[in-house]
Design a protein around this ligand. Structure first.
Ligand code: PRX
Length: 630
């Protein structure tokens, strides 16, 4: 692929009120970044010292390319910092979590003290089921308070959690359960979405067939009256909690012990189980929540992600709780019961820091300004974006209509693999629509060519991170060779897989993926995963999948399908194939269009050239096709 190209870089510059920077935890980028460069070890050590450790580390960083260890020898438990530190101090009555259900009258609030107690009880309940340090526990839950309690309970006892987003189907869940060898699954009977119920438990029932590692399924019952537990494996969430002891000491964890596995799509059919560890991840997410998102004690913070994605892990749970924030969570989608629901919540709860996705912003643009204008959004102080490029039109709208021309926008670039935010403008810095910003203090990033030479401003290339950082993934579950590839593709750098370009000020603009990953509504979908789901249908001989630009979701999926002999193309078969993908991978991976074809462009070695399909689809030059088979 041609990665060196010229990009037009002009952009309007927005200057937030200087008071933002003056009052921020971080201060100005130049000074903060220089302080980091002057002494990186001291920089990270200072951040780690703001947290409590059972035993101090012996060495901040040990780098044995491509393996890094951070806070070596340090002992901690992340939940001690997220819970005990606040619940046993002056903040014990501070609100930790405000949960809103789909209908505006269901609300639940937990103070730090209450959350601490619930987590300890559920942690003991897990222990009673036989879960011990190092065991994998898979969570497949709707977005309720119990989800967060269960996650923290795993971390409390040193169990490795693997959260699977509730929008995934049975096949996707099955693969993830098997790969992580989950011993216990935690789920609920149902989830709610747009007034409909989603039968989570029956999807789990399907997914655990042929998953011999699974010993117990914990079910949170939400429907009333609810069905009886039907197998010996199943236990009731609240029953086991009621039977458990109230006090649970945090398990002493080594800084490098695993905290969780989170699956993300890769370029092959099998998803990658990204492994994060306790110490570095805690420091990285705490640091960015406090210093990048500038979280203050008085803030009401709302990140609209789901715990099933890395954004939920890092910026609903671990970072904000470690920083002692008041966190709003909501099971609601942006447009149900109407497109004013989120603005209503912001007004009612006085949300000050709001973190969402470009897809949501573009969806609101479509509904029109009159919706947000009905509500008072004056409480907002900082607004953020994550998951895909925030295009200039969406930036401008977000800034004007939601931020009232006043709030700094943080367009944060990062990944499941990076664990923490890496590139953004800091609060109060000049902002350039279309550009994410500069690497935050602590991160050394650049745009380079295939050989790793730094590209000058205006020349597109690959985004790399040149030095390790505390919250980086440590390996990929069962596939360390896939991990090593990130650090060995271009020199000794970490290759993110994103195309980017920088300007004269070092601001970085993201231009999309350089591999076969499609980013739909900020969610990472591997073309290979969708292709194998299609091929598993009896009518499909071969399939190729591409991402097409989509005005709201950023990208959508188009599939090209070759049918087996004996099957006729037709509308019903298309619907059937889409349904088949939906059932195996879930609604997020559903193709929006299917085209039946008689052949696919391939290289002489038999690899499908998706680039050619994409170019054809979009009417652009396919580039070098010399390897194309006749
Ligand atoms: O392509 C980049 C895009 O999302 C990818 C990471 O996806 P995932 O691991 O699912 O994590 C998403 C949430 C952190 C990146 O490789 N991406 C994420 N944020 C941005 C972005 N692209 C441009 N601008 C962003 N702010």
């Amino acid at each position: 692929m041609n990665i060196d190209f010229n990009v037009k870089l002009e952009s309007t510059v927005y200057h937030p009120d200087p008071i933002y920077q003056k009052e921020s935890w971080m201060g100005d980028w130049n000074t903060a970044y220089q302080r980091f460069l002057d002494n990186p070890t001291r920089f990270w050590e200072e951040k780690a010292e703001e947290l409590e450790w059972f035993k101090r580390w012996e060495c901040v960083r040990q780098w044995n390319h491509p393996y890094a260890q951070w806070f070596v020898g340090g002992k901690l438990n992340i939940t001690h910092n997220c819970l005990d530190r606040h619940a046993n101090g002056d903040n014990k009555n501070k609100v930790a979590l405000i949960w809103r259900g789909e209908d505006e009258f269901s609300e639940r609030v937990l103070t730090y003290r209450q959350l601490y107690h619930q987590v300890m009880r559920f942690a003991n309940a897990l222990k009673d089921l036989g879960v011990t340090k190092g065991d994998a526990v898979c969570l497949y839950m709707p977005f309720v308070l119990e989800h967060i309690v269960a996650i923290l309970a795993c971390a409390r006892i040193g169990a490795v959690h693997s959260i699977v987003y509730g929008g995934f189907g049975a096949a996707a869940l099955h693969t993830r359960i098997r790969d992580a060898k989950a011993k216990v699954i935690i789920t609920a009977d149902i989830g709610y979405r747009r007034g409909n119920t989603i039968p989570l438990k029956s999807i789990v029932d399907d997914a655990i067939r042929n998953a011999p590692s699974v010993e117990k399924v914990v079910v949170l019952f939400r429907s009333k009256p609810h069905e009886e537990l039907i197998s010996e494996k199943q236990v009731d969430f609240y029953e086991i909690m009621r039977a458990a002891d109230p006090f649970c000491k945090p398990q002493v964890m080594d800084a490098e012990d695993p905290l969780f596995i989170l699956y993300t799509s890769g370029t092959t059919g099998t998803p990658k189980g990204i492994v994060h560890t306790c110490g570095g991840y805690m420091v990285g997410t705490y640091y960015t929540t406090k210093y990048v998102m500038d979280l203050k004690d008085s803030d009401v913070y709302w990140c609209t992600a789901d715990p099933g994605w890395i954004t939920g892990h890092s910026y609903i749970i671990y970072g904000p709780l470690a920083a002692g924030g008041t966190i709003l969570i909501s099971e609601s989608v942006p447009d149900y019961p109407n497109p004013g629901i989120w603005w209503d919540i912001i007004e009612e709860q006085g949300v000050t820091v709001f973190y969402t996705s470009p897809t949501a912003i573009r969806m609101f643009m479509k509904f029109g300004e009159e919706w947000p204008f009905r509500y008072n959004l004056d409480s907002l102080r900082i607004i953020g974006s994550v998951g895909e490029p925030l295009n200039p039109e969406a930036f401008e709208w977000y800034h004007r209509v939601i931020g009232k021309g006043r709030c700094p926008i943080l367009d944060t670039w990062w990944q499941t693999e990076t664990g923490m935010q890496m590139i953004t403008t800091l609060v109060g810095e000049p902002m350039k629509p279309g550009f994410s910003g500069r690497p935050i203090p602590g991160v050394i990033a650049d745009v380079v060519d295939r050989e790793g030479n730094s590209n000058p401003p205006g020349i597109g290339g690959l985004l790399v991170i040149k030095e390790p950082w505390p919250a980086m993934m440590r390996t990929i579950q069962n596939h360390d060779e896939r991990y090593r590839k990130y650090w060995t593709t271009i020199k000794q750098y970490y290759t993110a897989g994103d195309l980017a370009v920088k300007d004269d000020d070092g601001y970085i603009m993201f231009l999309g993926r350089s591999d076969d990953i499609i980013i739909i509504a900020g969610h990472n979908i591997g073309t290979a995963e969708v292709e194998s789901a299609l091929v598993s249908h009896e009518a499909v001989a071969e399939a190729a999948v591409i991402g097409r630009p989509d005005p709201i979701k950023g990208q959508s999926i188009k599939a090209f399908v070759i049918l087996c002999i004996g099957y006729e193309p037709g509308e019903n078969l298309k619907k059937d194939l889409i349904y088949h993908v939906r059932m195996s991978l879930g609604p997020i991976a559903m193709p929006s269009e299917i085209e039946f074809v008689s052949s696919l462009p391939k290289t002489r070695s038999g690899k499908i050239m998706r680039r050619v399909l994409k170019a054809q689809e979009m009417g652009i030059d396919p580039g070098d096709v010399s390897t194309l088979e006749e």
